[in-house]
Design a protein around this ligand. Sequence first.
Ligand SMILES: [Zn+2]
Length: 379
Amino acid sequence: MNKHIKSLALLQRLIAFDTTSYKSNIELINQIQQLLEQYQIDVQLNFNQDKTKANLFASTGPVGEAGILLSGHSDVVPVAGQQWDTPAFSAVIKQDRVYGRGTADMKGFLACAIHAMLDASQCQLKRPLQLCISYDEEIGCIGVRGILQHLSETLKPPLVCVIGEPTMMQMALAHKGKTVYQARCCGEEGHSALAPRFVNAIHVAGQLIQSLQQTQQYIALQGQQDHGYDIPYSTIHVGKISGGMALNIVPNQCIVDYEIRNLAQDSSAEIQHLIFDQISEDYQSHIEINQVNEYPGLKTSPTVQAVEFIQQLLPSETTQANISFGTEGGLFQNAMNCPVIVCGPGDIAVAHKPNEYVSLDQLQQCEIFLEKLVATITA
Ligand SMILES: [Zn+2]
């Protein structure tokens, strides 16, 4: 017999919406809004420009007090090209696990968090319980930025923000940030027999790549270290390069895609300056660098009160660790000026893959955690 998981029926409804990032999430958001409003919970939506996607913010309890903020994203990664044993957009329960796209990342948490909101709405609260659901997280934490400015202007900084990304209900206090760059290295085309007369775009790219490696070495030896990570320093990586048309033409263009994954205490902009400064001046003017995307790192001090507060609500064996993947946590930390903790049901190791699942046990652990959390703010 299955454990009684009260969020399960809602999770099944959420999984049925195909909210792959490039699609609309409006139907899912409308369902959640209706459900919350049935319980007289105040809901605000924040739309993208063409109104095909929305962030949702909900609050229950006294207005104007510092609250507890639960946060998750509504979008999921594509299933195209993946071999699933069950239909990806239908929650299938097999042997104490719920299978389906987004069960771990992160509709399992959303279902538990929405239930916690409904339960909290039936209680006399001393402080508000708040819920933020974003869109377009999976493509670079894009959507949440649209609502964070508004929340930062209208809300008191929460006591704590819990991001429910899958950590197997362990506490994560830090992850690296990421900045993605595309460099367009320019040269001039010419007959290769006269090659020295022309600037070779691939040679320019070669200097850039050399500088990426040199800067990485420098950071590894001289930069800040956090031994909570497998790689304890900020990393630099070139992942794609394309240039040149034919061997007998001096290439006029070479595109280099690279990234910086920075410790929260390092600035990716400063690292980018180090990279650029090492390129010879005559080549610098041949490189045009575009920042494609960025999200900040997260670093919550283990000594802040919020960490102890959350730790008490979790099983005593709960660990505090850094995570290797990014979240919206750094954006919340910067915008809301509050401690941020990542803690949610399911395993990141099964996310983004076929046959993604969350165990019923994880869902139950999350429900128990959120019940205890609500109890702390109940009068
Ligand atoms: Zn996620």
